[in-house]
Design a protein around this ligand. Structure first.
Ligand code: NAD
Ligand code: LMR
Length: 326
């Protein structure tokens, strides 16, 4: 049996937590032969609810669940964590944009970044789900100067999966056959889902669709505004699909993608004109526990405009939290 991996999850009593923890414990994230220890963090007033979730986890008798802890102290929850999924934050409600959450949620990530810096495993893989995810990941990364910046990522996978499903529907092909799709930028309506390089069974998706108006007027707004559409319909923000995207993100990072492109929000190395350190959605492949940026893609005029718009939004978000990072 392998040694258990310590997985910290924040916001454990919330709706994403409830859709996420059981799947981690069942081996869907790190593999069916990989035991895990869950280290759960939530606010003091949510500790009772966390206890209830732990009782349910216990009642599943998951063979891979090697232990569980709960705390309201990030330095306890993040101790020696090898994976940290930062979900805990306020979600938006009807009528709010994700940017409205900036002030409410940003402070959480300075505290949690500092705690990770102090107590987490030095190779901890961090995924920020709480919105605004890119800027929160940036704040956590900047608050953890002793950890490698590349360990901090933001969740763009939900946008990626949403884009894949829309393309499958449009082309009448299987979602599993779509390759080389990516989403650039911020997890917000400005994100740029890009199928110019995508193929289905070797055929160009762009050629199959051959409809730039659909791209600009249907596809991009549908993917960009999907979160709001779900809030409108459910009265609550997406939870099961968000948890599923978190599982996909960490699973691919941990176990590899066999050359397949996926989208991750990662600190830029300056490629594609994105300033170094900006946490931006990029196409990556994963191997041996590391992600690699897909390089050398041609950026046409339409794409450059979209990428610049989503970058501008991220720069504005960064400016909005600059005082927190002094
Ligand atoms: P929720 O309100 O159901 O749960 C949030 C949980 O976080 C609660 O249990 C709350 O007590 C806890 N929490 C709040 N502050 C905390 C802190 N400082 N430390 C630890 N725990 C804390 O919300 P949810 O629906 O689970 O959503 C969580 C976050 O995920 C929101 O910010 C939401 O906008 C975001 N989200 C992101 C994506 C994405 O694609 N990146 C998708 C869906 C939702
Ligand atoms: C989503 O995309 O579903 C989440 O980011 C929730 C939201 O606020 O849209």
């Amino acid at each position: 049996m392998k040694n258990p991996v310590r997985v910290a999850v924040t916001g454990a009593a919330g709706q994403i937590g409830y859709a996420l923890l059981f799947r981690i414990a069942s081996g869907e994230m790190l593999g069916k032969d990989q035991p895990v220890i869950l280290q759960l963090l939530d606010l003091p007033q949510a500790q009772n609810a966390v206890k209830g979730v732990m009782m349910e986890l216990q009642d599943c008798a998951f063979p891979l669940l090697a232990g569980m802890t709960a705390s309201d102290d990030p330095e306890v929850a993040f101790k020696d964590a090898q994976v940290a999924i930062l979900v805990g934050a306020r979600p938006r409600s009807k009528g709010m944009e994700r940017a409205d959450l900036l002030q409410a949620n940003a402070q959480i990530f300075t505290v949690q970044g500092a705690a990770l810096n102090k107590v987490a495993d030095r190779n901890v893989k961090v995924l920020v789900v709480g919105n605004p995810a890119n800027t929160n990941a940036y704040i956590a990364m900047k608050s953890a100067p002793d950890l490698p910046a590349k360990n901090f990522t933001a969740m763009l996978r939900l946008d990626h999966n949403r884009a894949a499903s829309q393309i499958a529907e449009k082309t009448g092909k299987a979602v599993a056959d779509i390759e080389k799709l990516c989403v650039w930028g911020n997890h917000s309506p400005t994100m740029y889902a890009d199928y110019r390089f995508a193929t289905i069974n070797g055929q160009s998706v762009k050629d199959m669709i051959n409809d730039q108006q659909w791209n600009a007027e249907v596809f991009l707004p549908t993917v960009g505004k999907r979160g709001a559409a779900i809030i409108e319909a459910r009265g609550l923000s997406s939870a099961a699909s968000a948890a599923n995207a978190a599982i996909d993100h960490i699973r691919d990072w941990w176990l590899g993608t066999n050359g397949k492109w996926v989208t991750m929000g990662i600190p830029s190395d300056g490629s594609y004109g994105i300033p170094e350190g900006t946490v931006f959605g990029f196409p990556v492949t994963c191997e041996n526990g590391e992600y690699q940026l897909v390089r050398g893609l041609e950026i046409d005029e339409f794409s450059r405009e979209r990428i610049n718009a989503t970058l501008q939004e991220l720069e504005d978000e960064k400016a909005g939290v600059a005082d927190l990072l002094k």
